[in-house]
Design a protein around this ligand. Structure first.
Ligand code: ATP
Length: 334
């Protein structure tokens, strides 16, 4: 294929789309969610109805959008994609809902960011496949019910707890996506390398997976950077040393920590002698929203044993000091 002249960002997007698994069987890892979801889909196929609404929670890049696409494909239904921040008025949502066709799958990413009125409209739509359109203002306002075609809502959020109870309860199935193990990431990488026609040794896959932050999206991105490096250095087969040299060039952290992860740890260690410090103070210091620090950075840092949550606040562990190459003060308040 001739990709000369294609804007780089476009090529990256096209590659990311091409690397997405299309069927549930090709989806690596997340065995529990996969088994449960497969039952939900099979049952609705037997009953010949739209599948129950599905809520997917978990940190970014673990495959929520990919799963929504797979749900639509497995149900042989069309897919409509939108996001919570894009739906600020109930009217925006009414327009989308009323245009859905029978059995269509509606994917709402970041569903916890929808406005309150839109959220309330969604409750009724999910339960009764109806929206109430308000016409007029004040005492003369009337509500006109509008029937909707039965649809399947797939909602994605970084944490199910961010959703108000009434909305959460209206999902028939909730799946929580976990970070991927290095072995699972190697499977994802193996499949992607095959599609990119790259030669990578087992050691090469091990090296890339260990720096991928448990996240397939990052694994695929690092693989593309390694491909660039190999192409320029005329390396035909990427082994562990080559992968390591390539990723060092891009300053990819040896544990896969990203900018926010490192900023959180550095703030904890250098500004608070390792803590304990409250979440909101930490968020202000790194210039992020509390929710982002809590649902995006923290789960991975905790999993890697770099940060601990205590009743008095967050603390950096010995491993965190070591990873940052800093010396922990002798008397730390733990
Ligand atoms: P966000 O919430 O930020 O949209 P996401 O969780 O929806 O992230 P996706 O966009 O679905 O993440 O996945 C990111 C990329 O990772 C996709 O391009 C896909 O190729 C790859 N990917 C995700 N999960 C898997 C998987 N289980 N097997 C293989 N590839 C995967």
């Amino acid at each position: 294929r001739d990709l000369v002249g294609t804007a780089p960002a476009v090529e990256e997007k096209a590659l990311e789309a091409a690397l997405r698994p299309k069927a549930l069987d090709d989806f690596v890892g997340q065995a529990t969610v996969r088994t449960q979801l497969s039952l939900v889909l099979q049952s609705s196929r037997i009953r010949q109805t739209a599948a129950d609404h599905v809520l997917l929670s978990g940190p970014p890049g673990l495959g929520k959008t990919t799963l929504a696409m797979i749900i639509a494909a497995e149900m042989q239904a069309a897919l409509r994609i939108t996001s919570g921040p894009a739906i600020q008025h109930a009217g925006d949502l009414a327009a989308i809902l009323s245009s859905l066709t029978d059995g269509e799958v509606l994917f709402i990413d970041e569903i916890h960011r929808m406005s309150r009125p839109a959220e309330e409209m969604l409750y009724i739509a999910m339960e009764d496949f109806r929206v109430d359109i308000i016409v007029g203002k004040g005492a003369g306002a009337t509500s006109i019910p509008l029937e909707l075609a039965p649809f399947t809502l797939v909602g994605a959020t970084t944490r199910a707890g961010l959703l108000p109870g009434p909305l959460r309860d209206r999902f028939g199935f909730t799946g929580h996506l976990e970070y991927y193990s290095p072995e699972e990431l190697q499977k994802v990488l193996r499949r992607s390398a095959g599609m990119l026609e790259m030669q990578v040794t087992a050691g090469g896959f091990v090296e890339i997976s260990s720096r991928s932050r448990g996240t397939p999206r990052i694994a695929n991105r690092l693989l593309r950077r390694v491909r660039d490096w190999a192409l320029v250095h005329e390396v035909n087969e990427v082994d562990r040393a080559a992968a390591s040299a390539a990723l060092d060039t891009y300053e990819v952290d040896s544990l896969g920590l990203d900018r926010l992860d490192r900023a959180v740890l550095e703030a904890l260690c250098t500004k608070f002698r390792g803590g304990p410090v409250g979440l909101s103070t930490l968020a202000i210091l790194v210039g992020e929203e509390t929710e982002t620090v809590e649902t995006v950075a923290e789960p991975y840092l905790v999993r890697e044993g770099l940060l601990a949550r205590t009743p008095r606040g967050r603390i950096a562990t010995d491993a965190a000091w070591e990873h940052l190459g800093l010396t922990a003060p002798p008397q730390r308040d733990e």
